[in-house]
Write a protein that binds this ligand. Structure first.
Ligand SMILES: [Zn+2]
Length: 312
């Protein structure tokens, strides 16, 4: 068995031995005696993204060892796709984070898991949800959020040390799990790309985000849990209002091969070509590029967005 698979097996077993008997499987719960906010952290929706799962267990262990730390409210930790996680694969057959390839099939464990998670969302009132992800190549970090929810920029500026925040025309991506919360004003939901899955920084970003969020909402007192602090706060914050997906077609290439996240495109500028056509910016836009060298397998080459930048 591979080392990474071994580690995943340990985490998988930890969930199994600490989950509640009657709740959704692969969820760990911690409850204070005092009324407060209800917080859900999700990781491992993609089974090969283990760094935020490591961060969750680190926090769960810390809070379980000293139950006096949790002052108010409730915390739940959800392992999204345990079947794929056990095999250290993104998914077995179905991406749980995309309902478009869903459908209903009682014999398919991933589709069943997706239905159970959606039901769990409906049956619980969460004040805050953060869905953590990592990438396997490169070091891209981004928070996706809905601007109209009650926790927005002030929350992010205070709790998050990365500097790229994006929204899809003030919505979550269609079909994603978080899109279940579009228009639910009482639940603030965030998707977070923490960086490369192999990097300790990704564990640190997820861990510090969770601790900062619990502090912000008053579940724990400030500085009772030391942060990992493997990454300094970004100096500036860039907000991307995503207007368009850049789809990948055979022969796709950016005209300037040095384009990167933030690169400005003028209205009318041809910025990429593909076999038999080209891409043009219909307004002044900035690029948001999760991967520098998109392959035909990627969903999108990137996004066109309106970008706003400010100092912290
Ligand atoms: Zn992911």
């Amino acid at each position: 068995m591979l080392k990474s698979q071994n580690k995943n097996l340990d985490y998988y077993n930890y969930f199994q031995s600490n989950q509640e008997k009657n709740g959704l499987e692969f969820v760990l719960n911690l409850r204070s005696k005092n009324h407060g906010k209800n917080v859900l952290f999700i990781a491992g929706i993609h089974g090969n993204e283990s760094a935020p799962v490591a961060a969750m267990l680190r926090l769960h262990k810390t809070l379980s060892l000293d139950t006096s730390i949790l002052k108010t409210g409730e915390i739940s930790f959800l392992l999204g796709n345990p079947m794929a996680f056990l095999e250290n694969r993104r998914c077995l057959k179905h991406n749980i984070n995309r309902s478009i390839d869903g459908g209903v099939n009682p014999n398919d464990p991933e589709l069943q898991r997706q239905l159970e998670i959606k039901k769990y969302f409906k049956e619980n009132n969460f004040d805050l949800i953060i869905d953590f992800h990592t990438i396997l190549n490169g070091e891209f970090r981004l928070v996706v959020f809905e601007k109209n929810q009650s926790l927005g920029l002030p929350f992010l500026v205070q709790t998050c040390n990365i500097g790229y925040f994006a929204n899809f025309q003030n919505q979550f991506k269609t079909g994603s799990l978080l899109s279940e919360f579009i228009g639910k004003k009482n639940t603030s939901a965030f998707g977070m790309e923490c960086g490369n899955n192999k990097s300790i920084k990704s564990i640190s970003i997820a861990f510090d985000q969770m601790v900062g969020s619990l502090e912000y909402l008053g579940l724990i007192e400030k500085n009772t849990i030391p942060k990992m602090k493997q990454l300094d706060n970004s100096e500036s914050i860039q907000i991307f209002d995503i207007r368009e997906n850049i789809s990948i077609k055979p022969g796709f290439n950016y005209i300037d091969e040095n384009v990167k996240t933030g690169t400005f495109l003028k209205k009318g500028q041809i910025y990429a070509t593909y076999d038999g056509g080209y891409n043009i910016a219909h307004e002044d836009m900035n690029l948001l590029l999760p991967v520098n060298k998109p392959s035909l397998n990627s969903n999108y080459a990137g996004y066109l967005a309106k970008m706003y930048r400010f100092k912290r």
